[in-house]
Every structure is written in C-alpha cells, then in structure tokens.
Write a protein that binds this ligand. Structure first.
Ligand code: THG
Length: 371
C-alpha cells in the first residue's frame, strides 16, 4: 500500500535530497524526522544491483548523536549494556540501548572517534533527547548534540571496487565496522566498512551538508564503470539476512521488546562493575527467564502485499507472538517474515496463523537468516 504524504517544513530533507530527486526517486519514507528514499521506481532492479552489483543509498536519516567532552566515554558506557572497554579509537560497535524497564529504545552503531568524541548512528527514535537528559541529570561533563553528518551507503559485492576507485586501495584493508577520517577534495568524510545489508560495503559519513550533491555525484561517477545505481535500504534483503529494523521489529511505544528477545543476550555485560541504564531491570529479566524469541516466518499461499504494522500470530487458538514484517522473496520464491513467538514453539512448528489484509495465512517458524 502507498499513500501520498503531505510535504511541509516539519520533515527534514537530507543533503542528498536534491540529487535523489534529480536521479528519479519514486517514494520516500520518514526516519528520524527526515525524508529517506524508498525506491527509485524499479524495486526488482534495485534488489538485483544490491545482490549482484553495487547500489548507492541516501541514508542521511541515520542521524548522529555526538558525545563530546571529558565524560563522553562515561556517557557512552552508561547508555548501553554492552561493555565498551575493548572498543578502540577507529572502531565501530553495534550497541543496544535500553530504557529503565530493559526495553530496547534504539540499536545504533557507535563510533569512537577519539577518547573524548563518540557518535551514535541512530535508528528511528529520539535518542538525542534521551542522551542529553541523561548527561545533564547525571552531571556529566559532556556536550550532546546532532552534528552536521550525513551517511551515504555503498552496498553490494562491487562496493569495495567502487569505494577503492573513489578513495584509494587502502579501503580494501579496512576491517568490518572500523573507519577512517579522510578528505575527498574539499569534502570531510568518515569512511566505515558497514551498512544495513549483508552484501558488504561502506558508509561515507559526509561532515558538511553543503557537499551533498557533490558527494552523490562523485560516488555515481566512480561507480559508473561498475554499474552503480541508486537504491535504498532494502526490506526484502534485510528479511532474508535477518537484520534488525527498529520501528518494524520493535518500537518502545507500540511493541516493546527486550534485548534477550532480539538475540542480543550475548552482547550484554550484566555482571561487570559498571552501571548503565536498565541494569537492574535486565538482571531481573534474566532471572525471570525469556518468554519470547525472535524467529523467521514462512507464510503459505500467493505472494503477499506486505503488512503496515505488526500482526498478532495465533497457534491453537492462542495469541503466541507477532509478525513484525512480511514480504515476498522472489529469490527464495516464498513469503518470508520476522517476528517474535513464545519460546516453547521451536523452529519447524507449523499451523500458526496470521490475518493479512488479503486474508488469513498459515505460518511456519524458520531459522534466521533465511539465506
Ligand atoms: N549504519 C549506520 N547507522 C545506522 C544503521 C546502519 N543507523 C540506523 C540503523 N542502521 C541501526 N541499526 C542497525 C542494525 C543492524 C546493523 C547495524 C545497525 C548491523 N548488524 C550486523 C548484523 O546483525 O549482522 C552486525 C551486528 C554486529 O556487529 O554484531 O550491521 O546500518 N551507520
């Protein structure tokens, strides 16, 4: 389903907005109060480029929350149950963020730029307000703000060749989730090997919005020999790969989940000496035991149109969880999805049901990733 959105000054525009419009963006969504491209008119070609070639995405809506000052490291550690002791300057880390009830409120990538400067590259919830309030209320000596930083992703098997053509062969030695700060002409960038797909690639964090179109065009030019084309974070690929989508898979207002339920249990350090938001709640949740788990879903029948919000899953007349997102995978030629179900229902369990707009479907539980 798609609707027309009313466009007004209340929704922010990415520095790449003009370039994406010029290059044929067909749909937008809204993420962190900013437009983010949905597709460029040919979703199948865009999926194919991501899996077999290379795609460029305007992901400026992955906004940064900057922690700067003597207590930046202390605040970063207080915000996440993941232990950051071993995190080095130049290294990124996927960090679950919980509220005081132990519910996930964001799942950003943390970048450690220096001992006194960190960025949280956030998912779609207002972490800036949260981090500012916590810093202030705890009397920490740190400035929390949204810097002028806008990521552009290059994803797909040919992303390394494109990024090397643009920036040099050193990018080939960059390790997964590590980054380097560089200049491209006059453009200040942070370049990381990361991105919201399992096809490999890089994210260029542009540190001056005035160069949005210039950077977009440099990437396009460097990628042309490799068949680069515009695209956007791809829901079908992410379902196949099992990547987590805050907003779809969980949202603290509507379908709160714990990090244990999302499979983050091993990332948490609940026994260490350091304090962090949610520690007592998470320790209590660990004791009381997990009731739901993240799972893949397979739906029978004809290709589905997809769902607009989480849908309850039923088994033997009982509600046992929810389907977070469902889509038809042409590559796997089946309807796939992700969701949460009761822990006593193992992979392979069949006969669950979900009520789609187009009618009821039978659901079988599957392992993640699908492929
Ligand atoms: N890149 C950057 N910022 C982001 C995202 C991103 N902000 C929004 C959103 N994505 C945050 N959420 C995620 C979710 C998954 C991953 C990264 C950010 C991810 N996960 C890998 C996985 O699950 O296999 C690796 C996780 C790990 O290291 O353990 O990459 O994509 N800049």
């Amino acid at each position: 389903m798609s609707y027309r959105l009313h466009i007004g000054p209340n929704i922010r525009k990415s520095p790449y907005f003009d370039a994406t419009v010029r290059d044929g963006v067909a749909t937008f969504s809204v993420y962190n109060h900013m437009f983010i491209p949905g597709n460029f008119g040919d979703p199948e070609a865009e999926y194919d480029r991501l899996l077999n070639g290379v795609a460029m995405w305007d992901v400026a809506a992955q906004r940064q929350v900057e922690l700067h000052g003597p207590d930046a490291g202390a605040l970063a550690q207080y915000l996440t149950p993941r232990n950051l002791d071993a995190t080095k300057v130049g290294q990124g880390r996927y960090v679950p963020i919980c509220d005081h009830d132990g519910h996930l409120i964001n799942d950003p990538v943390l970048q450690k730029l220096s001992e006194d400067r960190y960025w949280l590259s956030i998912a779609d919830s207002d972490l800036l307000l949260w981090a500012k309030a916590i810093a202030h209320e705890r009397g920490l000596n740190v400035t929390v703000r949204e810097p002028d930083v806008s990521p552009l992703a290059i994803q797909g098997p040919k992303a390394e060749d494109v990024t090397a053509a643009l920036l040099g062969d050193w990018v080939r030695d960059l390790k997964y989730f590590w980054f380097r700060e560089v200049m491209l002409d006059d453009m200040p960038l942070l370049v990381a090997r990361s991105g919201w797909s399992k096809q490999g690639g890089f994210e260029l964090y542009l540190r001056d919005a005035r160069f949005g179109t210039a950077l977009w065009d440099r990437v396009k030019e460097a990628g042309a020999p490799f068949g680069i084309g515009p695209g956007a974070p791809n829901d079908i690929e992410r379902l196949e790969s099992g990547l987590i989508s805050y907003g779809a898979d969980m949202r603290h207002q509507t379908h709160p989940v714990t990090p244990f339920e999302m499979g983050f249990g091993k990332m948490l350090d609940l026994n260490g000496p350091h304090e962090f938001v949610g520690k007592p709640a998470l320790r209590a949740l660990r004791e009381s035991g997990q009731t739901r788990r993240r799972t893949g879903l397979v739906l029978d029948g004809a290709p589905v149109a997809g769902n607009e919000h989480p849908l309850p899953l039923f088994h033997e007349g009982k509600e046992v969880g929810f389907a977070a997102e469902i889509a038809f995978s042409k590559r796997l030629s089946k309807n796939i999805g992700v969701g949460l179900v009761a822990v006593d229902l193992p992979t392979g369990t069949t006969g669950l049901s979900v009520a789609l707009a187009e009618g009821p479907r039978t659901v079988t539980l599957a392992d993640l990733p699908f492929a």
